[in-house]
Design a protein around this ligand. Structure first.
Ligand SMILES: [Zn+2]
Ligand SMILES: [Zn+2]
Length: 179
């Protein structure tokens, strides 16, 4: 969806959006492997308003993505929830006294090539920003055995564990002694 910013009135314009699973394939035509798609609808609330020489986009998103765990490679549902606020400027604005007050430290300004904002692209970027650097199906995921590839969440294997953490080796020795 394209919103023409010139047509925005000073007051905020609210969007209550819902992106269905198929949306991901449209905005992300080159699958990158980590995120396989949306898991159920992504709900986005967005308010666009004029603030001086900028346009502000305030919003929140919530939903789930189908992601691949970095440790065990299983696909799981990863919940995403975030709030965002960004400023849009078009074209590159000249610094004007008073404007700097708007620009808080952690605020990003996005420069538009024309007076339009592509909502799909904006939401996709915010969704990416809300994703973790490392996907874990759960905190204690044990991952795959580097020897035989067994998923250690479901099975134990008999591979020796060479070069494990020294603390664990010590624990093993202790167990042997006690046994
Ligand atoms: Zn995992
Ligand atoms: Zn193994």
């Amino acid at each position: 969806m394209i919103v023409r910013l010139k047509e925005l009135l000073p007051g905020p314009r609210h969007f209550d959006l819902r992106f269905e699973s198929g949306w991901w394939e449209v905005v992300n035509p080159e699958p990158d492997g980590q995120v396989l798609g949306l898991d159920g609808p992504l709900k986005v609330r967005l308010a666009l308003s004029r603030e001086g020489r900028y346009y502000a986009a305030d919003g929140s998103l919530s939903g789930s993505v189908r992601a691949r765990c970095d440790r065990c490679l299983e696909v799981y549902s990863h919940h995403v929830r975030s709030r965002f606020r960004l400023l849009l400027a078009s074209p590159l604005p000249e610094p004007v006294a008073g404007d700097s007050a708007l620009l808080e430290e952690d605020m990003s300004v996005e420069f538009l090539s024309d007076e339009e904002v592509n909502i799909d692209q904006l939401v996709r970027e915010q969704l990416y920003l809300a994703l973790p650097v490392k996907f874990l199906c759960h905190e204690g995921c044990r991952g795959l055995c580097s020897g035989c590839g067994a998923n250690l969440n479901y099975e134990t294997c008999t591979c020796p564990v060479p070069g494990g953490h020294p603390a664990f080796r010590k624990l093993e020795q202790l167990k042997v002694k006690m046994g």
